[in-house]
Design a protein around this ligand. Structure first.
Ligand SMILES: NC(=O)c1ccc[n+]([C@@H]2O[C@H](COP(=O)([O-])OP(=O)(O)OC[C@H]3O[C@@H](n4cnc5c(N)ncnc54)[C@H](O)[C@@H]3O)[C@@H](O)[C@H]2O)c1
Length: 242
């Protein structure tokens, strides 16, 4: 039974990814600062910790008893404020969790996976790191940095049997964006801008992660898979021709 270790798995996209992994026969361990938001199967290991605290990550990985087959670096935060309004503390915390935290988890999980000669790390980035938008301060840079780190990890660890990929969700009706989509007008406006004419669902992201981890994607390495209904590349479609 493959073992999946999912950070930020207590709610939102992480919880949905964990549920999808469990449904596909993975043994699931979630790692989060918070307790699961919904009841989870008693077989899951719910490990408490903070991705910015290497000691808690080490403790959690040791508690697994074996190197994970799949690590999903999903824990993340966004703190909306312009560059002038954001505080240095919020800026630093956003980088610490989204970028450095993902590095810490990968750095501590990789040796066991490298020793075994197999394993897969999926970093959850964001289309917010590809097409930046005002008010997201350090989030865009952290996610673009995580995409770059995904490529670097594939180059350094690929030769020893690991795959490292990223999934970049677009406008997802769930997780940290739930509040935005409680407004019906905002929902309709945003869904209308997407070539697929709908918002993303948490399962769209979970399915992409599971496909990347499948044998069908065995030659995909260092890739950032955009799951956005076509939005990020649709800039020109929003500008009238005349
Ligand atoms: N929801 C979206 O619209 C969307 C879009 C693009 C990308 N993403 C990315 O998807 C990932 C999941 O986001 P979500 O929407 O489910 O968010 P969420 O806020 O619903 O859940 C994030 C989870 O991460 C945990 N977490 C936060 N900081 C942590 C830390 N330091 N250590 C351990 N756990 C921590 C939280 O406790 C929470 O359970 C994030 O990386 C986010 O940037 C989300």
């Amino acid at each position: 039974m493959p073992l999946a270790f999912i950070t930020g798995g207590a709610r939102g996209l992480g919880l949905r990814i964990a549920q999808e992994a469990a449904a596909r026969g993975y043994e699931v361990a979630i790692f989060d600062m918070a307790a699961p938001e919904a009841p989870v199967d008693p077989s899951w290991r719910c490990l408490t910790g903070d991705v910015t605290d290497p000691e808690s990550v080490t403790r959690a990985l040791e508690a697994l008893g074996a190197a994970p087959d799949l690590v999903v670096n999903n824990a993340g935060i966004v703190r909306f404020a312009t560059l002038l309004e954001t505080s240095p503390e919020d800026f630093a915390r956003t980088i610490a969790i989204n970028l450095s935290g993902a590095y810490t988890v990968a750095r501590l999980a990789a040796p066991g996976m490298l020793e075994r000669g197999s394993g897969h790390i999926v970093n959850i980035t964001s289309t917010g790191g590809i097409a930046t938008s005002p008010g997201t301060n350090a989030y865009a840079g952290a996610k673009r940095g995580l995409a770059a780190m995904t490529e670097l990890m594939a180059q350094e660890w690929g030769p020893m049997g690991l795959r490292i990929n990223a999934v970049a969700p677009g406008m997802i009706d769930g997780g940290m964006s739930s509040g935005i989509y409680m407004n019906e007008a905002a929902r309709a406006r945003r869904a209308g801008a997407v070539p697929s004419r709908r918002l993303g669902r948490e399962e769209d992201v979970a399915h992409a992660v599971m496909w990347l981890d499948s044998a069908e994607a065995s030659y995909v390495n260092g890739h950032e898979l955009v799951v956005d209904g076509g939005l990020t590349k649709a800039t020109m479609s929003m500008i009238p021709r005349d």
